[in-house]
Design a protein around this ligand. Structure first.
Ligand SMILES: [Zn+2]
Length: 161
């Protein structure tokens, strides 16, 4: 059973436990499986809770597309700052953009949405929708800005894998 994630804002309703469970299930059933330390470190999975017009709830799960995968398909990025991959939250937002009947209720992402792209995008398109996450790189910096714990370790313990 995955641990209860952190939330933003802090006083959000409790995260629906089906969201981290769906993300973990995605990792466990992927081929190859994505619960190895390397895959936990390289890949981010997001799971969004939504409700349709009939009141039926569903969960949409998206992994990010890694730089390695993009490089394999399209060749290396032209500049290093383009090497961000396609973030899972951006892929999920695109999925919901084409399905305007669905109302997004909760956004779970293993890593907190990135400050550069996903956070402003989510605030703009999904105002008031709470975020849930396990890993925030800004919470794990040492005095010199070094990362003192990596995302993969945090996720391994949160999922108990
Ligand atoms: Zn992002």
């Amino acid at each position: 059973m995955p641990r209860t994630p952190n939330s933003k804002p802090l006083d959000s309703p409790r995260c629906d436990p089906r969201l981290p469970e769906a993300a973990l299930r995605y990792r466990r059933t992927a081929n190859p499986i994505l619960t190895t330390p390397q895959a936990l470190g390289a890949i981010n999975v997001t799971a969004w809770l939504y409700r349709d017009r009939n009141g039926v709830e569903g969960i949409q799960v998206n992994p990010n597309v890694t730089i390695a995968e993009l490089a394999r398909v399209y060749g290396p990025a032209a500049t290093p700052d383009a090497e961000v991959g396609l973030h899972s939250e951006g892929l999920a937002a695109e999925w919901f953009r084409t399905r305007p009947d669905l109302r997004v209720l909760q956004i779970f992402s293993e890593r907190v949405p990135c400050v550069a792209m996903c956070a402003p995008m989510l605030r703009h398109y999904y105002p008031g929708v709470p975020w849930y996450y396990y890993y925030d790189s800004n919470s794990w910096r040492g005095n010199n800005g070094e990362r003192i714990r990596r995302a993969g370790e945090i996720l391994r313990s949160a999922y108990g894998v």
